[in-house]
Design a protein around this ligand. Structure first.
Ligand code: PCA
Length: 324
């Protein structure tokens, strides 16, 4: 937070000056995940495209790995204009705005094609919700499918009782509790440390985060479940967005559309690579067994019902639109 005041000043000075004086705006973009993660690499390509398509009017500097703001602080930093733009895991905000958990519904959309169809069904509702939060989403990008990491073989919930489980949002905390585990929320950037110090010894995520954090140093088993493909999103402060002229906004949106498509393709391309790397580094990578899967599906149904209670008619409309 030490940089907040400086940043606020920078934003205040550049915002509104827009292009009246013809000067470029420098935008700092905090991102939550490690520099070598594909989301972050795509963020850098986004910044390059933005520069090109806005003819140098917007110059974005990417700060990956939670280095400028920690993952849990990025949304607020963008909302309040401490930075004009940032990237974060969308469903981490479902505790505040349940609709943002649309991509966390277990076993609803488990392929990239279906996930993309689900986003199409959710997009307008989600964007309206984001507008209420003073945010504009420029692009979203899916993580590979989610599965479970453990330090032992797990056949069913009989094997998961009492395990300390790293969760990344309220839905995964619920999932853990249903399996008799004890959830603790930890940022991906701090995951290796949490595993090393025994703060957690299991978690749910994609192969991507296990690979980024070299979790084979601490854990032995990955169970592919492919329960959902949650998304990150790049968000802009509404006032910063509105202050841009039409041509600059169009240039940024073009850059965002291209990056969103490229990022989803990259995620799909890498999904099996990550599993291979986990296995190469000594982990047992396999499908969840039938007993475990049956339990996970039952918990999934319960979680979906709970989500619908909080997300209301808008949530149901997303699922209905997806199913039609
Ligand atoms: N990795 C991120 C979110 C989803 C994923 O696959 C994480 O574990 O924090």
């Amino acid at each position: 937070m030490k940089t907040m005041t400086t940043l606020a000043c920078t934003v205040a000075m550049t915002a509104g000056a827009a292009f009246a004086d013809g000067h470029a705006q420098n935008w700092d973009m905090p991102m939550a995940y490690s520099a070598t993660n594909f989301h972050s690499e795509q963020g850098v390509m986004f910044a390059e495209r933005v520069k090109e398509y806005t003819n140098g009017a917007i110059n974005i500097t990417v700060h990956p790995g939670g280095s400028l703001f920690g993952g849990g602080d990025i949304k607020r930093a963008v909302q309040t204009g401490q930075v004009p733009i940032g990237e974060r895991f969308m469903s981490a905000h479902a505790n505040e705005a349940p609709l943002l958990g649309w991509d966390n519904l277990p076993f609803l959309a488990t392929t990239y094609a279906d996930n993309s169809k689900l986003w199409e069904a959710a997009r307008d509702t989600v964007n309206a919700q984001l507008a209420d939060l003073n945010l504009v989403a420029l692009y979203t990008c899916p993580w590979p499918g989610q599965g479970f990491y453990f330090n032992k073989k797990v056949n069913s919930s009989a094997d998961t009782q009492g395990i300390k489980f790293r969760s990344y949002n309220s839905a995964t905390a619920t999932f853990a509790e249903e399996l008799g585990m004890i959830p603790v929320q930890v940022e991906a950037a701090e995951l290796s440390q949490a595993l090393a110090t025994g703060v957690a010894s299991a978690f749910i995520s994609s192969g991507s985060t296990g690979y980024d954090r070299k979790v084979w140093e601490h854990l032995s088993h990955y169970y592919k479940v492919n329960a959902w493909l949650p998304r990150n999103y790049v968000i802009v402060n509404s006032q910063s967005w509105d202050a841009l002229d039409d041509a600059t906004r169009a240039g940024m949106q073009k850059a965002a559309d291209e990056t969103g498509a490229a990022c989803a393709a990259k995620s799909e391309e890498l999904a099996d690579f990550y599993f291979a790397e986990l296995a190469k580094n000594g982990m047992t990578v396999e499908d969840a067994g039938p007993d475990f899967l049956t339990e996970l599906k039952a918990i999934g149904e319960k979680m979906t019902a709970e989500w619908l209670e909080t997300a209301g008619a808008d949530g149901q409309a997303i699922i209905d639109a997806y199913n039609n």
